[in-house]
Each structure stands twice: as C-alpha cells, then as structure tokens.
Design a protein around this ligand. Structure first.
Ligand code: PGA
Length: 266
C-alpha cells in the first residue's frame, strides 16, 4: 500500500495544471485571445507545466502558442485506431501531428454519452502507444456512507488500465474527478481530505494490479470545480500533483492565479 510517508515525501517534479475548455469558446479569435494571455502567464512559472486542451477544431491554429517549454496543448479525446473509416473521430497520431502532447481520455461527459470502460481501455493504450501523455479521468457518480463508491473507482482503474503495463506509467496521469463535483450544477468541490484519501486508495489499487509503483508516477490530478479559491487546498492538504480545471481555465486571470499557486507550492 502507498503509505502517507511515501506520498508526502518531497518530490522533485513540478505541478501539472491542465485546462479543459470542453466545447468552448465559439470563435477561434476568442480562443486565441485567451490562450495568448495564458501563454504569457505560463511562461513565468518555472515550476508548473501548463497544458491547455482546446476544442480539436482549433488545435491547428493554436499550436503556435505552444512553442515554449512551459505551455503545451492537449486533445480532449482521441480514437483508438490510427487511421481509417471512422467519421468524426480524431486519431492520437493526428493530435500529435498538431503538436499536442497530452490527451484527456474517459472524461465523465464522454462516459455519460455512452463511452464504456472497455473503449476507454483501448483509447488509453492507443494514446500512450502514439507517444502522448494520457490523462485518464475517473470518478464516482455519487458517494454513499458505506464507501461502496470506492469499488466503482477500483473497477474503472482495473478495466481502463487493462491494456497497459507499469512501464507506461510515466506517460499516464490519473485525474480524479468526482462527477458530483463537476460543472455548473455541482453543489460543491471535493474536500481536500477526500482527495488525499482517494490518492492513497488509487495508489493502493495500482500496486495491487501492477506491483510496487514509484512515488512520482503516475501523476495524480484533482478535477471538479477547481478554481483560484480552492486550488491551494487541493494541492497542499489534498496532496494532488496538479489540477484538471474546467470553467476556471477559460478565465485567464483566474487561471493565472491558479498557476501562481502551483508555482508557490512546487
Ligand atoms: P469544472 O470541470 O472545473 O468546470 O467543474 C472540470 C472538468 O470537467 O474536467
């Protein structure tokens, strides 16, 4: 089991702050405007890796912003085949050709649209094999008093990671995103203690499945109503290695404050 001592050990790596813009904004010029400001903010944060995942339709035009070391781009999903007759899909290799370095897989909004754990497993493998860093999103729909939701998390991890090996962990990021904490309808974000508990649980499940794992990999992110008011708690008391930020990543001033908190805590 991953014990607290291991997790709280001082680690040499940076914080990873990822913005998921979902299907926003409507116009490329607005996307470019926001990203230009984020690039400026990210360029002064030496201890934070900033990743923005804009809509795929804008990736080609936005890649010029991601030439610096501190800001990279990612996709919001990818298909598990590398080419072929798959109308509407984007392959991991296409994302790579647009200079994306990351891809989000298994976001709860895609799961709600019918994506199964098995499909997600294939996408995780395809993304990693193509040389992308995969941000796998997992999370429970609701919490029960008896802690049965932990079994949901375990099942997602076992199935979603069923096609990769421990050697792939340096290309894997796990984002814990409890579904009840995501988006405008969320009643609240998770509590830092819940996040820390989940980090330990996830590492224990990974150890059961893959054997002993290193302290630094996979990275562990928290997502769900993260903003500049709660980021510090998630990173400090919650011991998240970074954040997956939805709404607050489209407001450059709020997002800059989150990056600043990441820089201070690294
Ligand atoms: P939110 O979204 O920050 O707007 O809650 C997070 C996510 O869906 O990844």
């Amino acid at each position: 089991m991953a014990d607290n001592k291991e997790i709280s050990a001082k680690r040499p790596f940076k914080k990873l702050i990822v913005g998921n813009w979902k299907m926003n904004p409507e116009y490329l010029k607005d996307a470019a405007n926001i990203l230009g400001k984020i690039k400026k903010a990210a360029s002064t944060k030496r201890k934070v890796d900033t990743v923005i995942c804009p809509p795929h339709a804008f990736l080609g035009d936005l890649r010029k912003y991601a030439t610096g070391k501190r800001l990279t781009l990612g996709g919001q999903d990818c298909y598990f085949e590398s080419a072929g007759s798959y109308t509407g899909e984007t392959s991991p290799l296409q994302l790579k050709s647009l200079k994306a370095k990351y891809v989000i897989i298994g976001h709860s909004e895609r799961r709600a649209a019918g994506e199964t754990d098995e499909i997600i497993a294939k996408k995780v493998k395809a993304g990693i094999q193509s040389g992308l860093h995969v941000i796998l999103c997992i999370g429970e729909k609701k919490r029960d008093k008896d802690g049965l939701y932990m079994q949901d998390i375990k099942k997602q991890l076992f199935t979603n990671l069923g096609k990769i090996s421990k050697a792939d962990f340096d290309r894997l990021v796990i984002a814990y995103e409890p579904i009840w904490a995501i988006g405008e309808n969320a009643r609240r974000a998770a509590k830092p203690a819940d996040i820390f508990e989940m980090k330990i649980f996830i590492r224990r499940v990974l150890t059961d499945k893959f054997g002993k794992i290193s302290p630094g990999a996979p990275f562990f992110l928290y997502g769900g109503s993260a903003d500049d008011k709660n980021a510090r708690d998630f990173l400090e008391a919650g011991q998240a290695d970074g954040l997956l930020v939805g709404r607050a990543s489209r407001d450059p001033e709020v997002f800059e404050r989150i990056l600043k908190i990441g820089e201070e805590l690294s």
